[in-house]
Design a protein around this ligand. Structure first.
Ligand code: SF4
Length: 225
């Protein structure tokens, strides 16, 4: 059963400009080779909503918001109601998403239950399945277009492991962002090396992305390089 896998009581890093708690939701509709959240992706519900909400009640006035991450939070069947309860307590909500569940994301935005979205642009169309094992690139693009045409604050980001993505791939993503008139910052994140086993059992990167070969045609920032 999908649900809350775990939560972290405090973070200064995961919700731009806000102090937040983080909620990890179990399950995911992708199987990215570089994912080191295997426990969460293949996990089940470990924590009841009420336990988290009780904790959050004690943080009114101390935290600004809550980050929904995973796994894939949009797969949680009670996400809308859960978000409503958090918003009613006065907290802002950030959603980390791969953009596949367009309808859920649209519903959250239209109901004004989300304040910030971090949207993963996993790979250019030709490599999307190879990297994510999900065939629905067009659903991701629909979400991207929808967010670009909405008023919601959001960022687009790509995690790079150079066994999977190279400079040409990133430049293709930049082309798509330009064509779709994305105005925000594009964040390129270097794969974070840990001891944890990834879904695809990836080895360490043999090289880092060569930033000098990236077409800097839009605002962008490089993280963990
Ligand atoms: S990295 Fe991929 S598999 Fe892992 S949680 Fe994110 S979308 Fe799911």
């Amino acid at each position: 059963m999908l649900g809350i896998y775990s939560f972290q009581k405090f973070s200064t890093l995961d919700f731009p400009g806000r102090l937040c708690a983080i909620v990890w939701f179990s399950g995911c509709n992708m199987r990215c080779s570089y994912c080191y959240n295997k426990d969460v992706v293949f996990g089940k519900k470990q924590i009841e909503e009420e336990e988290f909400l009780e904790f959050l009640k004690k943080r009114v006035g101390l935290l600004d918001g809550v980050t929904f991450t995973g796994g894939c939070p949009t797969m949680y069947p009670n996400l809308i109601n859960f978000a409503k309860k958090i918003k009613e307590m006065g907290f802002e909500i950030k959603l980390d998403t791969n953009g596949i569940n367009f309808e859920v994301i649209k519903d959250l935005v239209e109901k004004k239950l989300i304040d910030y979205i971090a949207l993963d642009f996993k790979a250019p169309k030709e490599k999307f399945y190879e990297i994510t094992k999900n065939r629905h690139y067009e659903k991701f693009e629909k979400t991207l277009e929808y967010l670009i045409n909405s008023d919601i604050e959001f960022e687009v980001r790509t995690t790079v492991h150079t066994d999977l993505l190279n400079e040409e791939d990133i430049n293709k993503i930049i082309d798509v962002l330009i064509k779709k008139d994305y105005k925000g910052i594009y964040y390129i994140q270097n794969f974070f090396e840990t001891d944890k086993e990834t879904i695809g059992n990836l080895p360490s990167q043999k090289r880092k992305l060569n930033i000098s070969k990236i077409n800097k045609l839009i605002p962008m920032e490089f993280r963990n390089f």
